[in-house]
Every structure is written in C-alpha cells, then in structure tokens.
Design a protein around this ligand. Structure first.
Ligand code: HEM
Length: 437
C-alpha cells in the first residue's frame, strides 16, 4: 500500500500538480499527504508493527488489528486528499475533509492498540529504542491534533478559532521531525547495530538524543496549542527547531560512533545508501532554523530534504534488505540443517538496487535545487527521476519476492506469495527470547 501511494504521489508531482508556486493549492496539499501519510506513515507504522516485537522481545499484542489499521489509514489518506481537492472546487470531495481525520484517528488508534500494550508490558521505556518509539507515538498524537484542527477549520467548522498558518510549522515539525524521525531513530538503533554487526546498548549520547527529543517534543506540543488559537507568534517555534536540530546532530554523532564500532568491514547496499539518508538529515536539520525564521524556499527545501531525502532514502534502502530478510525467513528458515540454503544476500541484486538508490538520491538533489531556485519545470523533472528510481526499487522488491536472483535449481517448488502474508506476524523470529517448551 505504501509503495502504491509513493508511485501515485510522484506521478502527480511529475504531472505538475504540486511544486514551486502552488504549495498552498488543494492539489499540492493532496500530493504532499499522499506522500507523507500514504507512503511514509503507512511504511513507518508497518515497520513498527514488525519491529516493536523485536525491540521488546515479546509477541505483538492484538496482531489481528494490523489489517483493519492498514485499510483505515489507506482510506483516511485517500479521503484527506479528496478533501483537499474539494478546496480547489472538486465537488465530489465535499465532506471528505471533515471526515478524513476521524477515519485516520481510527486507523492510528488500532495501530496504537497493538504497539502501546506491547511496549508497556515489556517496560520498553528502559531501553533507548523503546523510549524513542514511545516519544514518536506521542508526536503522532500531536500531529493528528494539529492536522485535524486545521482540516476542521478549512472545512468550515469553527469549533475552535484555528489560525492555520501559525499551526502549520508545528504540524510539520510534529510529523516529519516528531513521529517519522523519532520512530526512525528508535528502529535504526536496533537495525543498524544488526546490519553492521555493531555492539548495542545505552550510553551518554543516546541519553542525550532522548533528552533533546523529549524537550523538543514537549515544546512543540506545548506551543502547538496556543498557535492553533493564533496566540503564539512564529518566532516562538525557533527554540523547538533549535532543539530538534541539536537532537538530529546528536543522533548523527551516535550513529557515527555505532558505524565505527562495527565488525562488518564492508557494509551492504542498504547501509551504504543509508549514509546518504543521514547526510540529508544533517542538511535538513541545519536548514530547520532558517526555514522557521524566513519560510518560503528555505522551508520548502528543509521539508523536502526531510521527507524525500532523509526519511524516504532510509526507508527505500532498508526495504531492499528487509524484504530479502523476511522472504528468506519465510522460504528457507525451516530448511536449515536439512538441505543447503542460500544466503540472505543472494536474494538481492545489490548492484541493481544500488543503481536505483543512486538515481533516487540524484532526484532528491535535483528536487532540492529546483525548490531553492523556485524552478517548477526542474521540480517536475526531479519528480520524474524519483518516480523512475522508486519503480526500479519496486521492481527489485518483486524480483526478491519471486526469488528471481536465485538459480532456478535452488528455488523452492512453490514460490511465496507476492505480498507478505499475515501469517508471518508473530512468527518465532519476532521473539528474540528462547521459546518455552
Ligand atoms: C507525517 C504526517 C504528515 C506530514 C509530514 C504533514 C505535512 C504537511 C505539510 C508539509 C503541509 C503543508 C503543505 C503545503 O503547504 O502544500 C501540511 C498541511 C496540512 N496538513 Fe498535514 N501532514 C501530515 C499529516 C496530516 C494529518 C494526519 C492531517 C489530518 C488529520 C493533516 C492535515 C493537514 C491540513 C488540514 C493541512 C493544510 C494546512 C493549510 O491549509 O496550509 N496532515 N501537512
């Protein structure tokens, strides 16, 4: 579902429905949310549903809620996009803007009903990655509140006197910097250590990252409320942006430390391209204060680098590895010891994946430059490059699921289904504690 939203949003941006000069238009708002909610939030919630049991070393609570959560978030995203198109005069979207936040809330609540009890039962706040995921879920609530209040105001419901332009920076900080980035921080602590064969564990840097993130989040939520009512002036957001940027820099220092302590001399393709994502995070963090002070192109480039550069490059590069890993577990784990099994890396064409990730990064640079120059045609070209790269990575994911890179003699008689089945959830690899007899 996330990939479908990614392809759709990039196609619409390549067609010129979003970009410099028309950001406030309904079509642009629709494209931004097909990307931010449909692609990034669905992917992140999917990743949390897969990884929270690994972080907590226990089975996920209520795993059957995953499918309804997915469907509700998909429907809510499509409705929100339809509601934004209504702002441009598309009558079929009438009513959607007011209803979409309720559908999204139901989807987020179901996801929280799986994640929160799992984290609480495992006392996950004692571990750095668990603490980060808990903060991320707090930011998700703040993101929803600011988004829903703005949607209600735009739909004409004057329940609260909402000052949309003042609330918008907090909304974006809570979404890109809060929920998505903090969840990515938490998951990456575990994932990077696993893929780099680096020692895990808490330390002063991780505690500083958590402290900075908690402070930035508390300030963002605290200021979002008066800003919704138009009572907080924009410079009030500056300390939040400063705290968020400092947290990102501390996180990057922690990942550098982890990278240096690795025991895998040659990082695989997913980790090599994650470095580009980290560089985009650094750039976006540096631009966050000018973005808040001066807005305009500064803000466009900073948000683009966060959503498309940092979060999407990280997700796409790790997706290649994780699809191979889950496919390998599904197909070959039960055969260990009975017959020779391939390595996880043999399921992927690392060179093809690397080429597509390089193309993606070229698209990010081209898009950031086009936004900085306010060049609409350049932005459309960037969206086209990003779309080509995303389709290439999607093709690679299908090739992995179909075991196309394996010699036919080593493939099983029955290929796994293209979409990962529900039965994979809660399987033994989710639980890193030894099973009781
Ligand atoms: C991670 C998730 C999200 C991110 C990164 C995000 C980001 C953004 C951005 C960048 C804009 C400004 C777009 C532009 O000016 O073209 C925006 C506006 C808006 N967002 Fe979101 N958003 C997210 C989730 C949501 C949710 C869940 C809702 C509703 C419940 C929502 C409702 C709105 C509304 C109503 C506006 C319009 C404000 C205006 O007219 O300027 N967003 N969002």
């Amino acid at each position: 579902m996330a990939l479908t939203f990614l392809f759709a949003s990039l196609s619409l941006a390549a067609a010129g429905l979003a970009g410099p000069g028309i950001w406030g238009a309904g079509t642009s708002l629709a494209v931004v949310h097909l990307f931010a909610l449909g692609w990034l939030c669905s992917m992140m919630l999917g990743a949390l549903i897969q990884f929270t049991p690994v972080l907590c070393a226990r089975a996920l609570a209520l795993p059957t809620l995953a499918l309804p959560a997915l469907l509700l978030i998909g429907a809510g995203t499509a409705m929100l996009a339809a509601g934004f198109l209504w702002l441009d005069g598309w009558t079929a979207g009438q009513g959607a803007l007011a209803l979409a936040p309720a559908v999204l809330a139901a989807g987020f609540a179901l996801a929280a009903a799986m994640l929160v009890p799992t984290l609480v039962a495992a006392r996950a706040f004692r571990e750095p990655e668990g603490r980060m995921v808990i903060l991320a879920l707090g930011a998700l609530a703040g993101l929803w509140i600011t988004g829903a209040a703005m949607a209600a105001a735009l739909a004409g419901y004057d329940l609260l006197p909402v000052a949309v332009p003042r609330a918008l920076p907090f909304h974006i900080l809570l979404g890109a910097g809060g929920f998505l980035s903090l969840a990515a921080f938490g998951v990456s602590y575990k994932l990077f250590a696993m893929f780099l064969l680096a020692p895990e564990g808490d330390g002063p840097l991780r505690r500083a990252v958590f402290g900075g993130a908690a402070l930035a989040l508390a300030m963002a939520i605290g200021l979002a409320v008066p800003s919704l009512a138009g009572r907080a002036a924009l410079p009030a957001g500056l300390p939040v942006a400063l705290a968020a940027a400092a947290t990102a820099i501390l996180y990057l220092a922690e990942i550098r430390r982890l990278w240096r302590s690795r025991r895998r001399p040659q990082p695989e393709v997913n980790m090599r391209w994650s470095r580009a994502a980290l560089a985009f995070l650094a750039l976006s963090a540096l631009l966050s204060c000018p973005a808040l002070l001066w807005g305009g192109q500064w803000a466009e480039v900073a948000v683009f680098l966060a959503l498309v550069g940092w979060l999407s490059t990280l997700t796409l590069s790790q997706m290649v590895k994780i699809v191979s890993f889950l496919t390998w577990i599904q197909v070959f784990a039960s055969q260990i010891g009975r017959r020779p099994v391939p390595l996880v890396t043999e399921l992927t064409d690392a060179r093809a994946a690397g080429r597509m990730l390089a193309l993606w990064c070229l698209g990010v640079l081209c898009g950031a430059l086009a936004l900085a120059l306010g060049h609409a045609a350049g932005f459309r070209l960037a969206a086209l490059i990003l779309l080509a790269a995303a389709l290439g990575i999607g093709r690679e994911a299908i090739a992995i699921r179909r075991l196309r890179h394996l010699d036919p003699a080593r493939r099983p008689d029955r290929l796994p289904p293209l979409i990962l089945p529900v039965s994979l959830q809660g399987s033994s690899h989710d639980n890193t504690r030894p099973a009781r007899a």
